[in-house]
Design a protein around this ligand. Sequence first.
Ligand SMILES: Nc1ncnc2c1ncn2[C@@H]1O[C@H](COP(=O)(O)OP(=O)(O)O)[C@@H](O)[C@H]1O
Ligand SMILES: [Mg+2]
Length: 439
Amino acid sequence: MRMSQFFLPVLKENPSEAQIVSHRLMLRAGMVRQASAGIYSWLPLGWRVLQKIEQIVREEQDAAGAQEILMPTMQPAELWRESGRYDDYGQEMLRIKDRHDRDMLFGPTNEELITDIFRHSVRSYRQLPQNLYHIQWKFRDEVRPRFGVMRGREFLMKDNYSFDIDYDGARRSYQKMFVAYLRTFERMGLKAIPMEADTGPIGGDMSHEFIILADTGESEVHCHADFLDFSVAGDVDYDSDLSSIIEHWTSRYAATDEKHDAERFEAKVPADRRISTRGIEVGHIFYFGTKYSAPLGATVTGPDGQDIAVEMGSYGIGVSRLVGAIIEASHDDDGIVWPDAVAPFNVGIVNLKAGDAACDEAAGHIYRTLSDHGLDVLVDDTEERAGSKFATMDLIGLPWQLVVGPRGLKSGQVELKNRRSGERVELSIDDALSRVSTA
Ligand SMILES: Nc1ncnc2c1ncn2[C@@H]1O[C@H](COP(=O)(O)OP(=O)(O)O)[C@@H](O)[C@H]1O
Ligand SMILES: [Mg+2]
């Protein structure tokens, strides 16, 4: 992509409405534009990041055996009357009437709709387990939409729903998602810590929120510092017993304020390993048994011929919130510092003298070579001043910057800058190309 043609409305000034750094940087880097409170348009730079995040989520769901579908944003109210949630949900639900005066709603979540699909399609325990997911816009008319895409009214969520014949099956489905979430967030360069969350009337230990530590987070959290060194590197065989991974990740204290127990925290965690800070909830997994399958009649015939209400769980990832959360976790004074896996482009080429034959030719050669390697490349071919080009590159946070200028080219050199470390080196074009494409 050429910067001269790219729709990148960067702001020179800090927007006054932004209270936290991710919101400020997303507006300054021209990633999103607010359409109305808590509702955003995604501009090319932001959209590219959102799609990269979505793709990681998708790949890890598929790897764990979930299947992708797409349910609509609009749902009929009747289903929610059946589950009893139409009135309970309150003002957060956007209620709409169609031209026939039928009650509709813009889905805030999809338990009812998926349970309806299931009850019309599955009859026997032999067809279980099932796990279906979709990545779809949700609407919740939040009282206080704020912090940009972190707490929006319209936001993109990956939500999935598992169906099992019994509790043991549901537990396995839950464990698969637990591990899939660890892998998903780790691939995005995030340290997400699973924290015990409220299970409501169902009880048990099968609800976790995945939390990124950040001062600007909305929840107060407490955990053991050991989590900062945990990792799920390596392949996972989802058909194997996952208990040891779960045990490892639940072996240390971690709880949000709702579940926090100061006495237990102090007993279990040495003083110098206690972290009490704020966190951003990027995912939430939840086992809820027959809460929806029973009222909606989602039953299957069991091995003994009896009808059994299926055991369900639901699992959410805040896909659009993640864009903000990643920036909260990875930025500096000059702008965003994208982890490679979600960067809108892998490399930015700064052509210091667009129009100069040697510079254009070198920039073009680098662009084509890297693109052929499957990298996404943005080349700044504008006539802006050098200082302004560098500032924009730092602001939009691409992992690598390759600076092509007339002086260096005389001796066949370009400058390679690593956005995260700030390290700059002068290299031959070939060396720079191999450094970037093998990184
Ligand atoms: N208003 C919102 N704006 C952006 N993302 C949200 C919003 N509400 C929830 N999410 C994301 O969706 C995930 C699943 O939602 P859920 O747990 O149902 O929400 P909540 O915790 O607000 O009840 C959350 O972990 C969060 O990452
Ligand atoms: Mg939640």
